[in-house]
Each structure stands twice: as C-alpha cells, then as structure tokens.
Design a protein around this ligand. Structure first.
Ligand code: GTP
Ligand code: MG
Length: 368
C-alpha cells in the first residue's frame, strides 16, 4: 500500500511541460493537489498505521482494557470476531462492539474485497511438509495455511505422531517444506512427548533444543480451558510468528464433558464457535491449523467403514480437509482424503519411524 501512496505522490510531482508560463500555476495546482492527495495519502497511511486497538475510533482506554482482557487485543483479532462474542466477552454494549469491529474491519479493508485480492491471498498460501512425500502428495503438496486440516482415526493410527513431526517441519526453511515459523501445540490428552520430538530431530540431523524452543506448549485441562487458550492464541501467534497451530485432540474434552442428548446442542454450539475461531486465526495470520479427531461407531453403516469421525456436521463443516488414518497390514498406516473442497479422494501409505513419518509401500501378495 505504501508503494501505491508513493506512486500517487510521484504522479502529482510530475509537471506538464506544455508552457513555461503556466508552470507556476501548474506548480500551485500541483501543490494544492499534492496537499489534497497528501492528506488522502496520509489517511491511507493512518489507516495502514493503525496497529493498536487504542488507535481505533471509539476505543478509549476503558474499552481497550476490556477488549484486551477478553483477548481481542489486536486489530486483526477484532476485525474477524463476531459482534455478539465481543460484546459478551468484553462486557460491552452491542452498539459499542459493532462500532469498534467496524473500525477494525475498515482499517484492514475487510468488508469487501476484490476476487483478485482473494486470488492473491491464495497465492500467499503455504504448504507444510509432513515428512512423507506420499502424504504431501495426498494433501496437494502439504498441510495448507489458511485452512483447518483434520486428521481423524482410531487410537494408534498416527495422529499425534504426525502432529509432532509437523511441529518440527513447520520450523524449517520454506525451501525444505517448512513455514519458517513457530508452533503452538495445544495438547488435550497429555500425549505430547518432547523426547519424541528430540528423537525425530536428532535422527534427521537437526538441533533438538532449538526446535523444542520453537514450540509453545499448552496443556488444556477441560473444554472451557481449551476455548480460553484459543481465545488468547491470536496475540501469541501474531507476535511470535506462529505458523502452525495444533489441537490434539480437538474433541476429547467436549465428548467427555457433554454426555447425553440433552447437552448435545450446547456442546455443538460451543464447538462451533471454537472451530470458527480457529478458522479465523488460520486465515487472518496465514497459518496452518491442524486438529486431530477420533472416530466413533456408526450404527447406520451396513457397508464399508463401521466408524465415522466424531463431532457430527459441525466438525465436518469446520474442517477444510479431512484425512482419515487407519492401521494397515505390516505395521503401515493408510491415509485417505475423505472430505475436501479440492483434493481428490485418494489413499496413500506411510509408516511411523524413528524420524517421524515416512513413505511406505504396502506389500502386495506377489512380493511375499
Ligand atoms: P490416540 O491419540 O490414542 O487416538 O492415537 P494416535 O492416532 O494419536 O496415535 P499415535 O500418533 O500416538 O501413534 C502411536 C503409534 O505410533 C504407536 O502405536 C507406535 O506404533 C508408533 N510410534 C510411537 N512412537 C514411535 C517411535 O518412536 N518409533 C516408531 N517406530 N513408532 C512409534
Ligand atoms: Mg494421539
């Protein structure tokens, strides 16, 4: 943007070479024009320079304090938040919440964008390597930023192993399939193992301590805690250049706390808001969100897989890409795209090794 501003300023400085007499007038004109444009440019600059929520129109110190306490401490976090959530969490009148959100959106020019900009945004999308060429290919190059990728599967299918491996690769240079950023690992089951990260890193010749330092770890003890962590994650992700946010596993607390039909709708409502927040973080900060999920019995399945991902429609809609993992013969793991807007539904194989995740080929009968 500042480039554009500079260009317009340059334009106004160009003096038409028609007549020398007119030069003075022209100069005058250009000066006023320049002043006008200058003020426009300043406005653009001011808009661009809005960095803190206190710079927004209608945000005084009290409102700023409330917003900060509620986790809406940056323009980006505010601009993408629903009005009701801001009003509820920051204890503000809806009209005030609306006003500050509007101001934040305006400063980020979020309300209407040209589809070209959308296309350009997509060009900024990055792909994160899983360590397995097969799985990368399945994912269309790797785990995408600006999206939620869900790995779903039975126990021991490799979900947490993939998450740990991604925590390493995310920190690598882009040329090596990384995102050159840090990682926020939200662990709901207490299965994150630093020693495993250490082992994976060492076995591929990387410095384990440095990589462990690049992972922010947070143990979520219940669903409310998990929600709170994500409410606060925006700031950390933005300030610390977090490029991968993992929730392993996203549903376990919700499933164990909300039992029975009568609490299902409350659970789904909370889950919905939680997942939407994850999507907004992914899109606003161009980072990859990876969540894991378990399978549950599907009593309606007469044919095929008797299991299905937990979380119902809410979970299905929130995930951009769903990858089903399963244990296959010979200790291998199979990964299959089960739902994605643009990835074909194919299957591939990988194995869990000392290095983390690597390609594998299932043995055919002929090989035996
Ligand atoms: P749940 O969280 O229980 O639902 O399962 P998950 O899908 O997260 O499973 P996880 O990723 O923890 O995979 C566990 C499997 O990984 C184990 O059964 C082992 O087969 C394998 N595994 C774990 N650590 C190692 C290791 O250091 N070396 C090798 N070769 N395999 C490992
Ligand atoms: Mg696990």
């Amino acid at each position: 943007m500042s480039e554009k501003v500079d260009k317009s300023a340059q334009k106004t400085e160009k003096i038409p070479e028609k007549s020398v007499e007119k030069t003075e007038k022209v100069e005058k004109e250009t000066k006023t024009e320049k002043a006008e444009r200058g003020s426009k440019a300043d406005k653009v600059e001011v808009v661009e320079k809005v960095e803190s929520i206190t710079d927004l129109e209608g945000v005084g110190p009290v409102t700023a304090g409330k917003l900060t306490d509620a986790g809406f401490d940056s323009i980006e976090a505010l601009a993408v938040a629903p009005i009701r959530e801001v009003a509820d969490k920051a204890n503000l009148e809806s009209s005030v919440a609306l006003k500050v959100i509007k101001a934040a959106r305006q400063s980020m020019q979020l309300d209407f964008i040209n589809a070209k900009l959308l296309w350009e945004r997509r060009q900024g999308l990055l792909k994160l390597s899983t360590g397995s060429g097969n799985v990368n290919k399945l994912l269309g190059g790797g785990v995408e930023t600006q999206a939620i990728t869900e790995f779903v599967g039975e126990f021991g299918s490799g979900k947490s192993q993939i998450c740990m491996k991604l925590s390493i690769t995310a920190q690598l240079p882009k040329a090596d399939g990384g995102l050159e950023g840090k990682v926020l690992f939200i662990d709901t089951e207490g299965t994150f193992a630093p020693q495993r990260i250490h082992q994976m890193a060492t076995s591929i010749g990387l410095e384990p301590e440095k990589l462990l330092e690049g992972i922010y770890y947070s143990r979520a003890y219940n669903s409310d805690h998990q929600i709170l962590i994500i409410d606060r994650a925006f700031k950390l992700c933005q300030e610390e250049n977090v490029k991968l946010l993992i929730v392993d596993s996203v549903l376990s607390h919700f499933r164990s706390e909300y039992i029975g039909r009568e609490s299902l709708s409350e659970r789904q409502q909370k889950l919905n808001a939680h997942l939407h927040k994850l999507t907004r973080i992914a899109q606003a900060l161009n980072l990859a969100v990876v969540v894991t999920n378990q399978v549950q019995a599907n009593p309606q399945a007469f044919f095929g897989d008797p299991t299905r991902p937990a979380g119902g429609h809410i979970m299905a809609h929130a995930s951009t890409h769903r990858i089903m993992l399963r244990k296959a013969a010979g200790g291998l793991r199979a990964a299959k795209v089960i739902d994605s807007p643009y990835l074909p539904e194919s299957e591939t194989f990988f194995q869990i090794t000392e290095k983390g995740i690597e390609d594998a080929q299932p043995k055919t009968r002929r090989d035996d």
